[in-house]
Ligand binder design. Structure first.
Ligand SMILES: Nc1ncnc2c1ncn2[C@@H]1O[C@H](COP(=O)(O)OP(=O)(O)OP(=O)(O)O)[C@@H](O)[C@H]1O
Ligand SMILES: [Mg+2]
Length: 298
């Protein structure tokens, strides 16, 4: 018999101490009673309702929830690519809206300019901000080194693997010196092994850079592995179900995937995200017969 799992709410002293420290840090991002409605074919669609949360400096918060719960809508609003229909957003205590370099974004799809090299892609935003060529070149190199692509500075996106493209996208976003890095399923298109490497890599980058991260995923293990806290959304309408303080100590390692704290958190996330779908599926799924009665199965 395996040991019963601990309560996901119980924290070892080192973990509790880390959260106490995080909560003492200033709030970088505050979402205050935010809502977003869309005009749907059959009337208004409430994509987000009354979302409120705060993210502290250098915290890594993951947002998780079923498809259609409004994750992308939320991060697009925070990036300034969409407007809320109610509520407000504050960065460093100041109400704000619209796009701004203080909020950098990394998308799931590869969004590099294919006609520019890795270095030129990273330099692009810096030059747009008016930085001189020489300085932009130097800064871009530092970020490219940080994401481990030093040898590929002059390669074009088509010559890179998916993971390398996303590392370039991260370097490009960080080069603009954002207060908050927004990531919408950035590793969703990668194979499992590259994805696991990118998760460790992101944590390593984050340890070295003063940046706050809001990371969207629908992968439970990814959320637990990366996050300080996990914001669990539910769908229709998109609302906050629970905010979980991940009890898994840092630094994170892949060996922790089977630790009692990790498994307890996973079980809680499964309870929150999957239960009604399973009950519903069992009741409603039609029985599909793939063979004719009397077919020979030998
Ligand atoms: N531009 C739009 N017009 C109308 N409805 C929209 C629009 N954008 C999103 N929605 C609706 O808002 C809801 C939330 O969508 P959103 O893309 O934010 O979900 P998501 O959680 O990111 O889903 P996924 O996990 O599939 O990426 C969905 O019901 C979607 O159909
Ligand atoms: Mg989405």
């Amino acid at each position: 018999m395996s040991e019963p799992l601990p309560d996901y709410l119980s924290q070892a002293p080192a973990v509790a101490a880390r959260f106490a420290k995080i909560k003492e840090r200033p709030v970088v991002l505050e979402i205050d009673h935010l809502g977003r409605q869309f005009a749907g074919e059959h009337g208004p669609v409430v994509a987000l309702r009354d979302i409120s949360f705060k993210v502290h400096r250098r915290e890594l918060v993951c947002v998780i929830g079923p498809s259609g719960c409004g994750k992308s809508t939320l991060i697009r609003i925070i990036a300034g690519l969409d407007e809320p229909t109610s509520g407000r957003m504050l960065v460093d205590g100041k109400e704000t809206s619209g796009p701004c370099p203080e909020r950098g974004m990394v998308f799931q799809g590869y969004t590099l300019f294919p006609w520019l090299t890795v270095k030129k892609n990273v330099m692009f935003g810096l030059k747009m901000q008016g930085m001189a060529d020489d300085q932009a070149d130097q800064e871009a190199r530092q970020w490219i080194d940080l994401v481990g692509l030093g040898r590929f500075a002059d390669a074009y996106p088509a010559q890179l693997s998916g993971g390398m493209k996303q590392r370039t996208a991260i370097a490009r976003a960080l080069a603009a010196n954002p207060r908050v890095l927004l990531m919408d399923e950035p590793f969703g298109a990668l194979d499992a092994q590259t994805r696991a490497q990118m998760q460790s890599h992101l944590l390593e980058i984050w340890r070295n850079v003063d940046v706050t991260i809001l990371f969207i995923t629908h992968d439970l293990d990814e959320a637990i592995f990366l996050a300080d806290r996990i914001l669990v959304l539910k769908a229709h309408p998109g609302e906050v179900q629970e905010v979980i303080e991940v009890p898994v100590p840092r630094p994170r390692q892949l060996t922790q995937l089977n630790s009692p704290e990790f498994l307890a958190t996973r079980r809680r996330l499964e309870e929150l995200i999957h239960p009604r779908v399973e009950a519903h599926a069992q009741e409603r799924l039609p029985i599909i017969r793939l063979t004719q009665v009397g077919d020979d199965v030998e």
